[in-house]
Ligand binder design. Structure first.
Ligand code: SF4
Length: 639
């Protein structure tokens, strides 16, 4: 793999590599990247992998090469503490006691941290609202006029990236950079070589960044900034309040209407009555705020007072944000672009109007493959049914590019039992939850805990969790109850815990060793066909003459299933069971395509046979640990 990556860099080619778990994929691309003698961008989907590359793989490589490696870790700006916003938050009135306590801790941390990266704050919950107040999105940053620019963590990270040979970023930042290039904005250093790991996520991340999103929460944020900016910039109090209150009222009307539309793709015909008028009113209110702020910008007199650049920065940010939001809102509701899908999403704290391109292929052809000379796309899960055809179709790679499959060195037939029961009702059946819960109970008891139980929705997770409450004699952890990292640490520490989790635990989670010995997959991870973007993509596949199910849904679900399956074996000494309770795998014809795509584990169809095999595996393990021997190969079970 290292040689092929080196060749792709030298020959300015596009290379697709599927490298199974345990192949040493990261080293195989980082080594040629470092030796290339030019700036290389390495991008990952998850921050976990990004940090692992920077904190573990780069030092390892540096030791192996016997010389320092000039690498930099660069994340999206909202990962860094903003000193200016921290100061503003500390000065703001009406703080809740817990926010005041957090601000005190953050201020202390800001004086000791070298990076300002929130990843250092292990006990800050993922969703903690306080973080949003002390970090600056692009439109909140005062840029050149910021009085805190000298100690700014974002600018420091960018300076380090400019000096590095290998810049490790995540896909969100990578695609934000590509999307902003046309507007003359650059977030990343110039590079002719990009290596995208976890490349199975590229389509989704690219869709997000080449689309748009406006929400009532974003309007409220702007209103907060705008009110302060107008008043500090010299507007009459009443005028500032009038402009901002009008904006908030109109936002409430518009998003109130949009919050009631069905969860489907929108068109001009499906907009609720009054929505167009409400959108026009909201656009007009944004225009007024933007022009008031713009008008005041020129009137802030230059002086030595350090407040002045801050006020000017706030006014400029207000004006720019209002203009951008209006353009996005108007653009989405014009429904001019037939290649784009527009929909409404209801979050816990906001209603979003979003848009995304249905196909990213032509965009990537222009903005990625047409700009970056050498691109390596790699992942442990890129092929489906043994070919790269699906990922190539989705990413618009319609030429014969270089391809490579590096199989995992693990002996799955010896290390993994794949349990495929036939006596569980189909997952859409009412009886599924109680029967599946009973299976989970027996499986967890068999393995003695140490289990991930993976769901495709919180609703199903809650159903099964309720069924099993008090029935499992092991510590039970539930996704959503505590931050993800805290749950994982508790799981690893305990050794016998059972974790109930949904999609974000299907991938990017590494539990090496005996703490994880059972992975239960409740149902095949098909994308919801009525989810607007999925629906639009399926329709596009059909229009192009393909099958929306076999050519889109099935390959996508195979990649997700391979990821879930891949949680179990992370080391050559790991042993365990993967149980897939969705019987469609054995009753439907397409099930065979899924099974062909999975690692060659020993299939077991009956619980009794599984109990027998698992007993052998555990005894062999104990014997092997005692005598240093090799585990016997398990015996097959008849379907
Ligand atoms: S330059 Fe921007 S991100 Fe940096 S401290 Fe100032 S406002 Fe915050």
């Amino acid at each position: 793999m290292a040689q092929r990556v080196a060749r792709a860099i030298a020959e300015r080619a596009v290379l697709l590599v599927e490298a199974g778990t345990g192949t040493g994929k990261s080293l195989a691309y980082l080594a040629p990247a470092v030796l290339a003698g030019e700036t290389v961008l390495v991008s990952t989907a998850t921050k976990t992998l990004q940090e692992q590359l920077y904190n573990q793989t780069v030092p390892l490589l540096s030791r192996a090469l016997g010389r320092p490696v000039r690498a930099a870790l660069l994340k999206g700006r909202t990962n860094y503490l903003c000193l200016q916003r921290l100061g503003e938050a500390q000065r703001s009135p009406g703080l809740l006691p817990e926010d005041r306590e957090w601000l005190r801790r953050l201020a202390g941390w800001s004086e000791t941290t070298a990076t300002g990266d929130r990843a250092e704050l292990h006990d800050l919950p993922d969703e903690a609202p306080i973080w949003g107040r002390v970090t600056a999105r692009a439109d909140e940053c005062l840029g050149q006029s910021c009085p805190a620019a000298e100690g700014c963590f974002v600018l420091a990270a960018r300076r380090q990236a400019q000096r590095a040979d290998v810049v490790i970023v995540n896909h969100a930042l990578f695609f934000a950079d590509l999307a902003l290039r046309d507007a003359g904005v650059r977030l990343l250093p110039e590079a002719d070589v990009a290596i995208l790991d976890e490349a199975h996520k590229v389509e989704d991340v690219a869709s997000q960044h080449f689309g748009a999103s406006v929400s009532d929460a974003r309007v409220r944020d702007l209103a907060r900034l705008g009110r302060g900016a107008l008043k500090a910039g010299g507007a009459r109090e009443e005028r500032a309040d009038e402009v901002v209150d009008a904006l908030l009222n109109r936002s409430e009307t518009f998003f109130g209407l949009m919050g009631r539309v069905p969860d489907r793709a929108l068109s001009s015909d499906s907009l609720p009555a009054g929505a167009e008028e409400a959108a026009r009113a909201l656009g007009a209110a944004l225009r007024v705020l933007g022009s008031e702020a713009h008008g005041l910008t020129g009137k802030v007199p230059p002086s030595s007072d350090e407040e002045d650049p801050v006020v000017r920065g706030m006014l400029e940010a207000t004006s720019a944000r209002a203009d951008l939001m209006r353009a996005e809102l108007e653009g989405m509701l014009a429904f001019r672009d037939a290649t784009e899908v527009v929909w409404v999403e209801r979050g816990r704290r906001a209603v979003f109007l979003r848009s995304a391109p249905v196909e990213v292929g032509s965009i990537l052809a222009e903005k990625l493959f047409g700009v970056v000379e050498a691109v390596v796309l790699t992942s442990a899960t890129l092929t489906t049914g043994g070919t790269f055809a699906h990922i190539k179709r989705r990413l618009g790679v319609d030429w014969d590019c270089e391809e490579l499959v590096v199989p995992s060195p693990f002996d799955y037939a010896r290390q993994t039992l794949l349990y495929l029961p036939r006596d569980v009702p189909p997952p859409q059946h009412d009886a599924f939850a109680p029967v599946a819960a009973a299976q989970v109970e027996r499986l967890v008891r068999l393995a003695g805990g140490g289990a991930f139980v993976l769901f495709t929705s919180f609703r199903q997770l809650d159903d099964v969790y309720r069924e099993l409450q008090g029935r499992l004699p092991f510590p039970v952890l539930r996704h959503g109850d505590r931050p993800r990292q805290v749950l994982l640490d508790a799981f690893r520490r305990d050794g016998n815990a059972v974790l109930f989790a949904t999609s974000s635990f299907w991938e990017g989670v590494d539990v090496v060793g005996d703490a994880l010995r059972l992975v239960v997959i409740m149902r095949l991870p098909f994308a919801r066909p009525n989810e607007p973007l999925t629906e639009a993509r399926m329709a596009a596949v059909k229009r192009a003459g393909g099958s929306d199910f076999m050519d889109y849904q099935v390959p996508l679900a195979i990649i997700a299933l391979k990821q879930g399956f891949g949680r179990l074996i992370r080391h050559r000494d790991d042993r365990g069971i993967v149980a897939i309770l969705d019987t469609r795998l054995v009753t439907r014809r397409y099930g065979e395509v899924f099974l062909r795509s999975l690692p060659p584990a020993l299939r077991v169809y009956h619980l009794e046979a599984l109990e027998h095999q698992w007993g052998l595996t555990r005894r062999a393990r104990l014997g092997r640990e005692a005598a240093g021997g090799v585990a016997p190969r398990p015996e097959p079970d008849a379907p």
